[in-house]
Write a protein that binds this ligand. Structure first.
Ligand SMILES: [Zn+2]
Length: 139
């Protein structure tokens, strides 16, 4: 398993701003985010949720590539299929990090250790059980 670490700000402050929302349910479930301090870019993918808490897998994304894609999509300069392809390309190139991020009541609260029973990468949250079992394992 990868030992890649997020930027130090993420650990202490969890100051993330949304760059591009890919999917959402009640709260965001899949999105590209950016550290507001150093600009490090991340892909967050929800792996479990309960009524008030969501758990996200975190991967590091190339900052410039994300910037470029986000600009193109916001300007509407690419069609829907092209947007989807660009997002998929970014997601495929993302480097998965060790810790997961916990969100409570819509706010990112802390980094938690990867649970042993974490499902494999690239399964969308709609294909996951989302029973709260993973959250229970890390909190
Ligand atoms: Zn940072």
């Amino acid at each position: 398993m990868t030992t890649a670490k997020p930027c130090s700000h993420l650990d202490r402050l969890l100051k993330l701003e949304t760059v591009l929302v890919i999917d959402s349910h009640v709260n965001v479930t899949n999105a590209f985010m950016r550290c507001t301090y150093c600009g490090s870019a991340y892909l967050l993918e929800m792996v479990d949720c309960t009524a008030r808490t969501s758990l996200f897998r975190v991967s590091r994304v190339d900052q410039d590539a994300l910037q470029h894609t986000a600009r193109a999509i916001h300007q509407g300069s690419c069609d829907v299929n092209r947007s989807r392809a660009e997002i998929q390309h970014l997601a495929n190139a993302a480097e998965e990090l060790d810790p997961l991020i916990l969100m409570q009541d819509g706010c990112f609260t802390k980094l938690v250790e990867r649970p042993d029973n974490l499902p494999g990468a690239h399964l969308g949250w709609r294909e996951l059980p989302c029973t709260g079992a993973l959250i229970a394992a890390v909190t």
